[in-house]
Design a protein around this ligand. Structure first.
Ligand SMILES: CC(C)(COP(=O)(O)OP(=O)(O)OC[C@H]1O[C@@H](n2cnc3c(N)ncnc32)[C@H](O)[C@@H]1OP(=O)(O)O)[C@@H](O)C(=O)NCCC(=O)NCCS
Length: 285
């Protein structure tokens, strides 16, 4: 089977979106979970935006001229994010996924990223095996959390919309927690009016690009992230990703009625700093 890899273009969005939708739906339903993308249009829309965004490197795989899969590298931050990677279910388990991963790793080396990260669907034995073989280590078990907006505020913690003026403080905070900033994503979220910061004792102690599948949050302490979760009007997409080793925050979410929709795993290759604070990763890592 002759697999070729090329750069993705916006014209590939529809076919790649359909493959992405089918691949996730097939694997999720086989394990009794709801699909990550509720309808095919959402997958096409997400991939259309990624294929058109110069900050995402995209690749598609073809067999005899037919597109059979795609993969992405989020290049907005110091550490690159891998995915979503999807392969047409009719040709899975025949090395297409490995080739798509090799392609984004080659790009990450070329661009001198210190490390790469991804979020893996916890129930999926094939992706877990593939990523581990490619050098990824398991860093954090996650629970994808969903439910009604909590409408809870935390004493002494004020949540407000983020502005461009908050960029430096939020970059510093992220570097303090993760060892690197995620300024590219933060700026995008400010431009989209989705980012919030939390202030405590007169300074910024946490922020969220969005509380949801495609957003991340960091806080000096659990109370900061609780304030951000408590103020969210909804949890966008399938839910937000909660590191379950943070038992206190995990129990707080559960005790406030949130439910786990699926287990996931944060994996990384290359530089990784054990987080020094509270955080919620995004699906893009
Ligand atoms: C995950 C996915 C992208 C992988 O692509 P693929 O083309 O099916 O995978 P490949 O054939 O390249 O690689 C699978 C590897 O895992 C190995 N593998 C598969 N199941 C395994 C198992 N249960 N235990 C150990 N190894 C296993 C295979 O032997 C192969 O290893 P190799 O590269 O050393 O030969 C694809 O299956 C897919 O689209 N799945 C649905 C969507 C999805 O889950 N995406 C990833 C989100 S985290």
């Amino acid at each position: 089977m002759d697999i070729s890899i090329r750069r993705g273009t916006p014209e590939d969005a529809e076919i790649c979106g359909k493959i992405c939708y089918n691949a996730f739906k097939t694997i999720s339903e086989a394990h009794g979970f709801a699909p990550d993308f509720p309808v095919v249009e959402v997958a096409i829309d997400v991939l259309t935006r990624m294929l058109a965004n110069p900050n995402f490197y995209s690749v598609v795989a073809e067999i005899e001229g037919r597109i059979v899969g795609s993969n992405f590298l989020d290049e907005r931050n110091t550490i690159a994010g891998v995915g979503p990677i999807t392969v047409d279910p009719t040709v899975q388990d025949r090395a297409v996924g490995r080739r798509l991963m090799d392609a984004v790793h080659a790009r990450a080396s070329e661009r001198n990223f210190a490390g790469v990260r991804l979020i893996q669907a916890g129930f999926h034995t094939r992706s877990l095996s593939l990523y581990a073989k490619l050098g990824y280590d398991v860093r954090e078990p996650l629970a994808c959390m969903q439910g009604k907006a909590l409408g809870i505020s935390i004493d002494g913690h004020v949540v407000r919309p983020a502005t461009e003026e908050d960029v430096d403080a939020c970059d510093r905070l992220c570097a303090q927690v993760h060892g690197h900033d995620r300024g590219g994503e933060f700026r995008d979220a400010v431009a989209n009016d989705s980012a919030n910061v939390v202030e405590h004792e007169g300074r910024i102690t946490g922020y969220a690009t969005i509380i949801g599948f495609f957003g991340h949050a960091v806080g000096e302490a659990n109370e900061d992230v609780k304030a951000l979760i408590g103020a969210a009007k909804e949890f966008a997409g399938p839910g937000f990703l909660l590191p379950t080793r943070n038992g206190e925050l995990f129990r707080w979410c559960l005790n406030n009625g949130l439910r786990i929709t699926q287990p996931m795993t944060l994996m990384s290759k290359g530089q990784y700093n054990e987080p020094a604070g509270a955080f919620l990763p995004s699906i893009l890592y």
